[in-house]
Design a protein around this ligand. Sequence first.
Ligand SMILES: [Zn+2]
Length: 95
Amino acid sequence: MSKKPPVAKKEEPAATAPVTAAEEGAPAPVKKVEKGKRVKKHKEEKGVHAMYKIEGDKISRARPTCERCGPGYFMADHHDRYTCGHCGFTRYKQK
Ligand SMILES: [Zn+2]
């Protein structure tokens, strides 16, 4: 490795052309992180609109209302029961 070919220096300007072509195929290692690539998990939207189902002209409630608190208080839908977040009333689902 002691030999230093002076020819290599002369080839530099000529070598720039193929380098640019290679850059197109394989991008240079740049520490750029694409911010828009973060995948957002679409969670199930929650809100009062989720408690109602509109069927034509009629509206139906997807969850029962609390018997203790009255209409307006929806009960949370659990796998085996409904619970009221307002008063804690629990009603088990009948099978
Ligand atoms: Zn309640």
